[in-house]
Design a protein around this ligand. Structure first.
Ligand code: ADP
Length: 193
């Protein structure tokens, strides 16, 4: 069993790479962004709460996000492993995840951080916004806010797992296949498999 965190700024390609990793390593993919968008699409109370934050490029509060994540993990008792995409984004979320993994008699094995420069990210997100229908992808000031939130609130999560010897940076520039190969190399050399 291997549990991975796919880390990196908005627009760094986490969703794309997660889909490939799920297939290669038989993992359950949990994307908090996708889960929130699903709730929003169904007009649920959770979706209404989340939308108020997402539309501004702010983080959804920890207690809402952690509760949703916990439900999703507990819904997969037979998982061969998880890939967390877009979670944890704050230190309290990381602590809650570690606690949850312990309860499930497992642990986070690796955090894989995709590295992409700001200018490239802004271009990618704007391009995605043309087809994704995501309002948070369409407005440059919201994109900038998401990048600022990432730097201020989310990058400490990299250091948190670095202290456990689990964080690894991967160059997120190149073809999808090349980046995938880089991720697999880290998993196979560092993942304890
Ligand atoms: P991206 O990585 O491109 O920002 P996501 O789909 O991961 O896209 O996230 C979109 C938005 O959903 C975030 O800007 C934030 O508002 C909300 N969100 C997703 N995951 C979390 C989380 N772990 N904690 C708080 N808010 C989150």
């Amino acid at each position: 069993m291997i549990n991975l965190i796919l880390f990196g700024p908005p627009g760094s390609g986490k969703g794309t790479q997660a889909a490939h990793l799920v297939e290669r390593y038989n993992l359950v993919h949990i994307s908090t962004g996708d889960l929130f968008r699903y709730e929003i699409g169904n007009n649920t109370p959770l979706g209404l709460q989340a939308r108020a934050f997402m539309s501004k490029g702010e983080l959804v509060p920890d207690e809402i996000t952690i509760g949703m994540l916990r439900n999703k993990v507990e819904a997969h008792p037979d998982a061969g492993g998880f890939i967390f995409d877009g979670f944890p984004r704050t230190i309290p979320q990381a602590e809650a995840l570690d606690h949850l993994m312990e309860e499930e008699d497992t642990t986070i094995h690796l955090l894989l951080a995709l590295e992409v420069a700001d200018e490239e990210i802004i271009q990618r997100i704007k391009l995605r916004g043309i087809t994704s229908g995501r309002t948070d992808d369409a407005d440059e000031s919201i994109i900038q806010n998401r990048i600022n939130v990432y730097k201020n609130e989310t990058t400490p999560v990299f250091d948190y797992y670095a202290r456990q010897g689990k964080s690894h940076s991967v160059n997120g520039i190149g073809s999808i296949d090349d980046i995938f190969d880089r991720l697999c190399t880290v998993i196979e050399t560092q993942g304890g498999q």
